[in-house]
Design a protein around this ligand. Structure first.
Ligand code: UGA
Length: 432
């Protein structure tokens, strides 16, 4: 396809990656966000969060003149080429959890109202935001009355690998009327991936089912890990051998303190809620969520078992981001673990190569280095498998910790023997 005119609503992870990659593919992309501080940083080519390769992709888009930014209320937000037939609008605004666990759709609805009132006939609106199945059909019907198309195009980007995932996705899912779907498919001509064409509600469900299935794999292997602890088996060996069966697969079989982030916890809760309100009790998903909540308690329970009271104990929490290669701390297990430790009276030092938690408690300190975090510590909890922690030199770290300090490896990423050899007590998740 010739270069298309594309507007993207929302400069979060999904919107920024979408906009930057589409601009790199040769399209003209106008990215809109309501956060003016974010827009100012973006205009200088700086992403508002840490994501490998994103700054370079943004810079190439800005440098080529094909990637521009604006506030939706500003005059420049409207595309100058109103008459273009090849107009697309991506909706990539947030859908956070409501207190009841459902997806809060107010930002999506605001954008849709705006588009219904202002978008030119012939435009195709493409929803990237994760919206509960059943959301898109009525929106599509409303937009169709004004000659505007609608396609559901869920994203499968992982934080920390989002640019790579854009180009090397396992599939592109497009839900909508065939004529609209084909126009959107043409935007992805440079991506070598199968395209799944389906209805809007099916496309929406693909997203939730994918995340719920991956979350299920994690909670399943965490249940096996608990059994390994009871039976004296090693879950890392068990998971590897089970995953070698290609029908099962090795991915998402790492036992630990559970999943976090802005997607799995939110999407599993939303799917459970959606099932319940539609009269289906999704037992399996409820168990997945419950197991995940329990995993986060494991390090605190283990320390209490070993140390008795945690009152006055010094505990280092290594890894504040919900996973490596990101500074995102949303729903990170570390945040909850630190809260529990503080409630038990411990003094906590948090450390992460890039992430930071804002915890307002006199007993919490952010340590800039690994050494500073573990210095004088009675215990260290590895909450994120950053390579810096996996490769840490325990020969150098052990002497600055208290004698026979505990190392709780919440991601099974350390070499237990290397830790034990330094006189430390190693505890993993399901390693017997
Ligand atoms: C996830 C999905 O992997 C993406 O496909 C999806 O697009 C995205 O959600 C989304 O819905 O936007 P992400 O949240 O970035 O991506 O992170 P993952 O790499 O999937 O990890 C999620 C959590 O599961 C992390 O806390 C990680 O530590 C945990 N995890 C992962 C495990 O505990 N064990 C594993 O074996 C794998």
């Amino acid at each position: 396809m010739e270069s298309a005119n594309i507007t993207v609503y929302g400069a979060g992870y999904v919107g920024l990656v979408t906009g930057a990659c589409l601009a790199k593919s040769g399209h003209r992309v106008h990215l809109l966000d309501v956060d003016r501080a974010k827009l100012a940083a973006l205009a200088e080519g700086r992403a508002p969060f840490f994501e490998p390769d994103l700054d370079a992709t943004l810079a190439s888009g800005i440098g080529s003149g094909r990637l521009t930014f604006a506030h939706p209320d500003d005059a420049e937000a409207s595309d100058p080429d109103e008459t273009a037939a090849d107009r697309f609008v991506y909706v990539a605004v947030g859908t956070p959890s409501t207190p009841a666990g459902f997806a809060d759709l107010r930002y999506v609805r605001d954008v849709m109202d705006r588009l219904e009132a202002t978008a030119a006939a012939g435009t195709v609106v493409i929803t990237k935001s994760t919206v509960p199945p059943g959301t898109g059909e009525p929106l599509a019907a409303r937009l169709a009355k004004r000659g505007i198309g609608y396609v559901s195009n869920p994203e499968f980007l992982r934080e920390g690998n989002a640019i790579g995932d854009w180009y090397h996705t396992d599939r592109i899912v497009l839900g909508g009327e065939p004529t609209h779907v084909e126009r959107v498919a043409a935007l992805y001509a440079d991506i070598d991936a199968p395209i799944v064409r389906c209805g809007i509600t099916s496309a929406e469900l693909v997203k939730y089912a994918s995340n719920a299935f991956l979350a299920t794999k994690i909670s399943f292997i965490n249940e096996i890990a608990s059994l390994c602890d009871v039976m004296g088996a090693d879950v890392t060996r068990v998971a590897r051998a089970v995953g070698m069966d290609r029908r099962i697969g090795e991915a998402f079989m790492h036992a630990g303190i559970g999943y976090g982030g802005s997607c799995f916890p939110k999407d599993t809760r939303a799917l459970d809620f959606l099932s319940t309100v539609n009269g289906h009790d999704f037992h399996l998903l409820k168990a997945v969520i419950e197991v995940n909540a329990r995993q986060r308690l494991l390090p605190v329970m283990a320390l209490k078992r070993r140390l008795g009271s945690l009152e006055g104990s010094v505990v280092a929490v290594l890894g504040l981001a919900f996973k490596p290669d990101t500074d995102d701390t949303r729903e990170s297990p570390a945040a909850e673990i630190i809260g529990l430790l503080l409630a038990e009276g411990a003094r906590v030092r948090g450390h992460d190569p890039v992430g930071r938690l804002s915890i307002d408690d006199p007993h919490y300190v952010h340590a800039e280095t690994l050494e500073e975090a573990v210095s004088g510590a009675d215990a260290a909890i590895v909450a994120t498998e950053w390579p810096q922690f996996a490769k840490a030199d325990w020969t150098a770290l052990a002497p600055v910790m208290t004698q026979s300090a505990i190392v709780f490896d919440g991601r099974n990423c350390l070499d237990p023997e290397a830790v034990r050899a330094e006189g430390l007590i190693y505890l993993g998740v399901g390693r017997g």
